[in-house]
Write a protein that binds this ligand. Sequence first.
Ligand code: APR
Length: 229
Amino acid sequence: MKIVILTGAGVSAESGLGTFRDEGGLWTRYDLAEVATPEGYAADPDRVLGFYDARRANARGAMPNPAHAALGRLCAAPGHDVTLVTQNIDDMHERGGAPDAIHIHGSLFEALCAACGHVWPHREDMSRADACPACATVGTVRPNVVWFGEIPYRMDEVVAAIEAADLFVSIGTSGTVYPAAGLNEIARGAGVRTLELNLDASGGRFDAVREGPASEIVPRWVGEMLAEA
Ligand code: APR
């Protein structure tokens, strides 16, 4: 079966990485305009680099939870063709056994040169004193994270995979940020079955919804899919 899975912050919540819009979420504690927009970076790059340094340190110290491990098993299953798409910028899917996750919002563990566009692996704190390894410019290093107002990565590839899929599954996302939030509608428009696995139903249109913590309902669903393979 061809399956496209979209994950959001809810799949990493039980790894201690928090979410954005739940009670106590990141956007209830920070002004996203200051730390997750190109304008915020231009106004105060050190504040933005510091914000992502803290999130990167959290992610380095976190462990994948049973939902990540179950999705890793499903991605490796020979009987299914799985495309795992994530809005998350942590590396929990990779550490959970899904090395080819498509990070449409980028990655905490990559740097981007704002001058030449070069992207390179970067697991430590960032500083404006860092020089781009490609163009040697200093002061243009930023996290390779897609900020509000910027274009998510690999969306053409994701949409093509959805249109060719048998099933689209949305896990742990509130479905509030486009274009990711519109992917279930693309699936529905292409006649693809849709399923939501979320702590609480997001209110998006799905053929089926299962509510509960990802660490419980994702392994249960993956077990059913592996039994069908
Ligand atoms: N298990 C399953 N789902 C959960 C859990 C859990 N343990 N905890 C929370 N959730 C669900 C919430 O019910 C909510 O629907 O995860 C979702 C989290 O929603 P958001 O905080 O909006 O996160 P997300 O949907 O990933 O945000 C999308 O917004 O800020 C931007 O770029 C950022 O990628 C992010 C995008």
